[in-house]
Each structure stands twice: as C-alpha cells, then as structure tokens.
Design a binder for this molecule. Structure first.
Ligand code: NAD
Length: 481
C-alpha cells in the first residue's frame, strides 16, 4: 500500500519548509497500517503562520479591506476548487479516522463548499447599517472582522468542522491559522491545494498540523484575536481559562451526551435511517448524538428490541467499503476508551443486549460492535459521560415529565431528539429540553441553523448568520447632524 507523505506546510500562501524535523505519522484505524505522514508543526511554524495572517490582516489593501463582494468571489472560487477535490477529501478522511466512506461522501465532501458558498452569499451585498440616532445625526453600524483567528479542529469531522470556522471567518474579512488534529492531517493538504488553486491571497489561510501543546501555544499567541475551538470539554475549559485571562473572544464547541426522547406513540421501526443519523452516525464519534435513549416503561422491552435488532443488523467493516455503516474507532486509544466505558456499564449493573465486544470476523482494525445497553439508570457513568463510540444506553421513564427531567439531568446540552407521530406534542417536548439544538424524528445539522451547546457543551454558535457574527465586531460611528 502506498503512503501519502508531505514535507511542507501551507503558510503564507505557499508550501513552506517546516522549522522542525519531527513528523506526524497517520495510521489507518481500519487496517492498522501507516498511510501517510506530514511535518509536525512547531511553535516557530505557528509564529510564521500568525505573522503571515497578521500581516495580511493589517495590510490596508489586504483581505480585511476588500469589498465583501470581492471576498465572496474568491470564496466561491475556493468552493469550486474544494468541490473538484471532494472525493479525494472524503477518502482521506475515511482512511484516517474510520468514517464510513458513504458518510464521508455525504458530509465531509459536501459541507466545505456548501459553507463557503453560503457565507460568500451572506456577505456579498452587505453594507454598513445606518440608524437615525436618538440624539440627532446618524449612527453607522459597522461589522468589522474580528482579526486573526486561531481555528482548532478535532479529528471526527475534520473538514466540516474546519469550514464551519474558516468559511464565516474569511467571509467576515478575518485571516485564519488552522490547526488540525494529529489523527487527521492528510485532508488538510487537499484543502491547502484548493486554496492555492483558488488564488487565496497569501496569509489569508495558514495550516499548522500539530498536537495539543502547539495548539495551546497558538491559543495564547499575542498575534491572535479570536479562538474558534471544537473538541473535548476538558480542552475547552483550558482554552476558556486562557482566553478569559487574555479577554480574547472564543467559541467553544464541546462534548455532549444528548437524549433521544421516544414518546409512547413513536414508530421507531419506520424511522430507523433517521434514528441511525441521530444516534450512531460516524461510528458514534459525533458530538451531537442522542446516545441516551429514553423509552416509556410500557413499551420499554419492545423499544430495546427494535434498537438492538437494528444495531445488530448494521454492517461493520473497513471504512472505505461502500457497504460499511459502522467503521472502526479512530484510534487504538479511542477503542480502549470505548471498551472501558462498556466494562463500566456492566459493573454498574446495566445489561448488554447486543454488542459489547469486538466483531469476531474482523481480525485487524480498531472495531467495536454496535452496543445497546438496557437497565440503565440515568445516574450511571455510561448515561452521564460522553463515550464517543457506537454505544447506546436505553433508560426507562414513567411519564413525559420524567422523560424531560431525565433528558435535562446532564452536564451537557448540545443536541437531542424527540420521536413521536404527533408533531405538536413532539414540539412541546422539544421546547422543554435544555439544549442548543434538537431534532424531531431526525437530527440534521443544517448549515443555516445556529449550532452550539449550553452547559459543558460550550459557548457561542457556529453556522447560520450567527456563525458569521462570531467573527465580526460591531463598531458604531456617530455622525453629527
Ligand atoms: P481534543 O479536545 O482532545 O482535541 C481537539 C483539538 O484540540 C485537537 O486539534 C487537539 O490537538 C487540540 N487541543 C487539545 N488540547 C488543546 C489545548 N489545551 N489547547 C489548544 N488545542 C488543544 O478532542 P478530540 O478527542 O480530538 O475530539 C473529540 C471531542 O470533540 C469530543 O469530546 C467531541 O464531543 C468534541 N466535538 C465537539 C463538537 C461540537 O461541535 N460541539 C464537534 C465534534 C467534536
């Protein structure tokens, strides 16, 4: 098997020689073989990248000062170039993190261009707002770019989560230094190729692949004006502390442990495809998944059976196989973590209905069988902590009030779903759940809708016009009459 190896970094509009000599080696979680390598970025590379982003941002003729329509035109070209590489991107993601290729083709290959075009469209005709002032004259309300953005991205949806930051930031007039996660670096080179082909001006986008230490250096860098982070709650808390001290704006998209509230009239059996997207997408390695399933006591056994029969029917295999529905965990470490949660579920008294082991027919790769637990108490660790694997906990409830209380009894508040044949009743339940987003009979993360969490799931919103606002600062210019 050939490997994909790079020896440069994308900084200041071109391929730059790295300042260090270490490399990041990427292993396929499907085959446990090495599939590529890139230079490991250092603090010095971050300095160079921030410097390039700062220089372009400060240039009076630079990106921040382009007419919005001119920026939009370049972003649309970037979208074209990204789109023409979509299948390479999807394959790179699948090979690195185990995302089933059909899901990578549906999300990772699609979101980048979609977001670039959406934000280009939002800013294209934008003009400063003018308000008649109460004390006479006019106030011009300007939406100015916040500055140099540090975009820090996890491995689970490396492209979609990068572009939920890059697209609105660039549309707003910011410049960006992006740090991908070490597990998923190869796809960022496809992104860089597209940026070069689109003619993105030097310094507008810079990419430094590296781990958490270099990430922390970037967060605290004096040349950075805003941090946009997606990742674990633990890392998010650290970053929030640093940004708090620096009074540096930050958005934090963190972990989740969302609830699927199955109402007593739900027909789950007819909605299994939607249920899959809401609970098991990307091998369970998706932040918004409803991994706590709340089921009415009078239908508990039947619902556990429906879900476990479905879980058992899923095709587990190599992420690049188009038939695969559940691929491997992204890394050995991630599989260990998922397996330790499964053991904890058993020792806490929950019952494995299906899964709980490694698939017998796969002798390599970091696979975990789709697992369904019954007899789960909402206080159990597997109901409270984010597992980030294909593990569902089905929890019984007496009535709707108890279901809502259980759904809200969580440190997190990111996603969630309600399942019912009565849309009005489902909406009333959805409205009572404390979370940043919730689906009815499905969960679709839509680019026009603000996405983000409450409580330990984060601060701020990405996507929608609100996602653009996160990269703009308001300035009032008072004009005398
Ligand atoms: P992680 O927090 O370990 O790492 C995420 C990224 O942050 C990586 O690029 C990492 O190198 C970097 N990083 C880690 N610590 C840092 C620090 N102190 N300073 C700067 N950078 C740092 O998370 P992960 O394991 O890669 O990703 C999984 C987590 O991401 C899960 O908890 C998941 O729920 C969360 N996530 C959230 C969302 C969302 O939108 N809310 C989306 C996807 C994933």
């Amino acid at each position: 098997m050939t490997t994909t190896d790079y020896d440069t970094l994308y900084i200041d509009g071109n391929w730059a020689k790295p300042t260090g000599t270490d490399t990041i080696t990427v292993t396929s979680p499907s085959t446990e073989t090495i599939i590529g390598s890139v230079p490991e970025g250092t603090d010095h590379d971050v300095d160079k990248a921030v410097d390039a982003a700062r220089t372009e941002f400060e240039d009076p003729d630079g990106w921040a000062h382009y007419a919005p329509a001119r920026r939009a035109e370049i972003l649309e070209r970037f979208a074209d170039e990204v789109e023409s590489r979509a299948s390479r991107t999807a394959e790179a993601v699948s090979r690195q993190n185990g995302m089933p290729i059909q899901i990578a083709n549906g999300f990772e290959a699609v979101f980048p261009a979609l977001l670039l075009r959406y934000y280009a469209g939002l800013v294209k005709g934008s003009i400063d707002e003018r308000r008649p002032a109460m004390f006479g004259g006019t106030t011009i309300v300007r939406r100015e770019p916040v500055g140099v953005v540090a975009a820090i991205v996890p491995w689970n949806f490396p492209q979609a989560l990068a572009f939920t930051k890059i697209a609105p930031a660039l549309a707003a007039g910011c410049t960006v230094v992006m740090k991908p996660s070490p597990e998923t670096v190869l796809d960022s080179y496809v992104m860089a190729e597209a940026a070069i082909a689109a003619g993105l001006p030097a310094g507008v986008l810079n990419i430094v692949p590296a781990g958490a230490t270099v990430g922390a250096y970037l967060v605290a860098h004096p040349g950075v004006d805003k941090v946009a982070f997606t990742g674990s709650t633990a890392a998010g808390r650290n970053i929030a502390e640093v940004c708090g001290r620096l009074l540096r704006p930050v958005t934090l998209e963190l972990g989740g442990k969302s609830a699927a509230v199955v109402l007593d009239d739900a027909d789950l059996g007819s909605r299994l495809e939607q249920f899959f997207s809401a609970t098991l997408l990307n091998n369970g390695q998706t932040c918004f998944l409803s991994t706590r399933v709340l089921a009415p006591r009078n239908r508990y056994t039947e619902i556990v059976d429906t879900i476990s029969d479905f879980a058992k029917s899923l095709t587990v295999g190599d992420a690049l196989d188009p038939n695969t529905q559940i691929g491997p965990m992204a890394s050995e470490k991630q599989r260990d973590r998922v397996e330790s949660y499964i053991s904890k579920g058993v020792s806490d008294g929950a019952r494995i209905i299906t899964g709980g082991d490694r698939p017998a027919d796969l002798d390599r790769g970091y696979f975990v069988s789709p697992t369904v637990f019954s007899n789960v108490d909402n206080g159990h660790t597997i109901a409270q902590e984010e597992i980030f694997g294909p593990v569902l906990a089905v929890i019984p409830y007496h009535d709707v009030d108890e279901a809502i209380r259980l759904a809200n009894d969580s440190d997190y508040g990111l996603g969630g779903s309600v399942w019912s044949e009565d849309p009005q009743r489902a909406l009333e339940v959805a409205n009572r759940i404390r979370t940043g987003s919730i689906g009815i009979n499905s969960y679709v993360n839509d680019p026009v809708s603000p996405f983000g969490g409450i409580k330990a799931s984060g601060l701020g919103r990405e996507m929608g016009p609100e996602g653009l606002a996160g990269f703009q600062q308001l300035k009032s210019v008072y004009q005398a009459p």
